[in-house]
Ligand binder design. Structure first.
Ligand code: HEC
Length: 145
């Protein structure tokens, strides 16, 4: 009688241990994948995408295709809000954050000018955006200069 009770009790117990180790494995997996920096290839592709969209903006400006400029301005803004944009080694409160917010302001301005079909305004916003690309890269590559 006593043994039988022990048997019954031991089944849910082992099930519990099984579930607990599964949960533990899941936590470990999530923690390691979440904490890891974005693989270099992925980030490079992401950065390349940034370049490709900027080129599309230039094409839109050259052809006065305002819908295309609008679409690409939105895409640039969205990119700048993605996690891949952040560089783990750079503190969030540094100039990097300032460059990012300037970038987003320029993308917003580009979108606004494209909506208003103002080709000069859109071109100027694009110039500012391009200068921001270069300024941020200078900051990353030659810190302190
Ligand atoms: C707020 C900072 C910032 C801004 C603004 C920015 N970038 Fe970058 N960009 C980076 C960083 C950081 C890297 C390097 C990432 C790395 O090596 O992991 C990079 C790398 C690149 C690369 C190189 C990718 C490769 O092949 O290795 C390209 C191309 C690029 N950016 C294009 C642009 C363009 C075009 C713009 C403007 C439309 C822009 N970036 C604006 C931060 C920025």
């Amino acid at each position: 009688m006593k043994d039988e009770r022990n048997m019954k009790a031991s089944i849910p117990w082992s099930l519990g241990v099984g579930l607990a180790s599964l949960a533990f494995a899941a936590i470990v997996l999530t923690a390691t994948s979440g904490g890891q920096p974005v693989p270099k290839q992925t980030r490079r592709e992401f950065m390349r995408q940034k370049l490709s969209i900027s080129k599309d903006v230039l094409e839109g400006l050259a052809l006065e295709q305002f819908t295309s400029i609008e679409k690409n301005a939105r895409a640039l803004k969205r990119l700048s809000e993605a996690a891949e944009w952040e560089i783990p080694s750079i503190p969030k409160d540094s100039d990097f954050a300032l460059f990012t917010s300037a970038f987003q302001r320029n993308a917003d301005e580009l979108l606004k000018q494209a909506k208003e079909h103002n080709i000069d305004g859109a071109t100027l916003a694009y110039l500012k955006l391009t200068m921001n690309c270069v300024e941020c890269h200078k900051f990353i590559r030659h810190p302190g200069k």
